[in-house]
Design a protein around this ligand. Sequence first.
Ligand code: NDP
Ligand code: HEM
Length: 529
Amino acid sequence: GRKRNDPASKQLENYAMNAAPSKVLDWMGLGQGQTIMTMSNGCPVANRKDVKTAGRRGPLVVEDIVFFDEWQHFNREKIPERVVHAKGNGAHGFFVVTNDITKYSRAAIFSEIGKETPLFIRFSQVIPEKGGSDTVRDPRGFAIKFYTEEGNWDLVANNTPIFFTRDPQMFISFIHSQKRNPATNLKDSNMQWDFLSLRPESTHQVMYMFGDRGIPASFRTMNGYGSNTFKLVNKDNQAVYCKFHIKCKEVRNLLPEDAQLLAGMEPDFYGRDLYNAIEDGIYPEWMMYIQVMTFEEAENWKFDPFDVTKVWPHGEFPLIPVGKIVLNRNPKNYFAEVEQAAFAPSNIVPGIDFSPDKMLQGRIFAYKDTQLHRLGKNFMKLPINCPYRTKVVNYQVDGESVHEHNDGMPTYYPNSFMGPVEASDLKEHVWPVIGDCKRYEDVTEEKDEDNFTQPGIFWNKVLDQAARTRLVKNIVVSLKDCKEFIQDRAIENFTKVDPEFGRMVRAGVDAEYNVIKDVAPELSQKMKI
Ligand code: NDP
Ligand code: HEM
């Protein structure tokens, strides 16, 4: 057959060429140019193939330190995968300012046109486990870490401008409903649609996900959206609310049939595509834009501007260009740079701030908390996470595996011995809060629960008839396996978006109309299981 010849397939060959070029030419003859392997204490290893035994047929002896050194590390080489967004790939690159937004934000990253800031991006699928397939129907993560001179700013974005829930307390149930059934360990349409249909605020994102953009053609051809509402603060301490958009040159998607084939044949389709593009010098690019809303506009807007199930329409809040993002360097060690990368919405810098958005506020807590579990206490010191363009100076001490010293600096504040002091020029933005402190119920009391106006605009104005038909087909493929009462409830929500939408899904479900053929029963028959 035809041999693979892409950069990803040639990675080891390239390593060997760099390590010992002359030897590779006569294909890896052992000897000169190759380094000697050692144990973790640096001692050279004479034999790495055979255990040390008392007599030819065993048993092992305790003095086989090579055996213990290897095994003790191997037995601990896995860490927990991310609770969501477990499967992903990343790359290094830079951000360059193309337009002046200093009137909105004093963040150093935006300070002048042409200024470059290094960054790292990790793209991901949300629901599949670490070994899952890339080309499933799912939102995609688009997490960006900007290494600015005032600290790291993480814009932990998705490829969708909205989200399924508007209350962070709903997030856990939402995720549980989309993951595996705890009894069967299988994906479960009833769970998935039970939750989605019970929570009408998910309808907007459900339509986005079951539409064409639910399966991108690659990480390179999808947009990123900060989704949550943020706040920008300028040098005079004036603030506006803001949304971030990261747009690729052209959004491209996969047909569900092709995606399904790839999920089996090339489960790492996006990962390979990203790696190869960068190795081949085809550097992926995006433009960053912001939308801006004043506090006054926020007060009077017809929707809740902090509701992440809604967008800010472009017509009312036009996109303002900010800069360009380019990815131009692959990681050298996936585990160190991608698996251990820790993005958190709580990582902000002066000039970029939070809005009252409840979901964002929930996220401020969740990420660092899970990372302390996933990566251990000192994960911020890892090279991929550490704000290397500034110096971390604080009064935190000790914890596992500390290796740097602080020159004998005092470990309490305030002190009389020249310890670091507060940045007293840096005034935090002050904003008023009003209202009763209570648990505000979404569906019953507040006027903001309008769950269908924007989905209606999406259906009527954004999608053409062919795109609507594809959306309906994709929904039916998933909904057809559910209990009738769940189907009915889901269709009721779609009917509220637009009666025609509801009718089309109903017709599809009733006809058990099957776009991607369900081959499982046929196969079981054939194999006489
Ligand atoms: P616009 O007509 O200005 O925006 C529509 C946007 O929809 C486009 O700019 C594009 O977003 C996105 N889009 C285009 N085709 C598809 C598709 N097949 N699947 C998913 N998204 C698509 O109108 P509005 O800003 O008033 O928004 C109208 C509706 O469009 C919203 O209710 C929302 O459902 C959807 N939308 C809005 C976005 C926003 O931030 N305003 C972003 C994305 C979708 P993009 O330019 O980001 O690629
Ligand atoms: C990952 C929580 C909503 C984007 C994660 C992780 C958690 C989490 C716990 C795992 C982090 C890790 O292990 O490092 C939440 C909560 C949410 C929420 C509680 C809502 C209340 C969102 C939204 C977006 C988003 C709205 C996008 C706009 C991401 C991305 C990752 C992620 C991109 C993967 C980061 C990476 O690549 O490491 N989320 N999330 N999340 N989340 Fe969220």
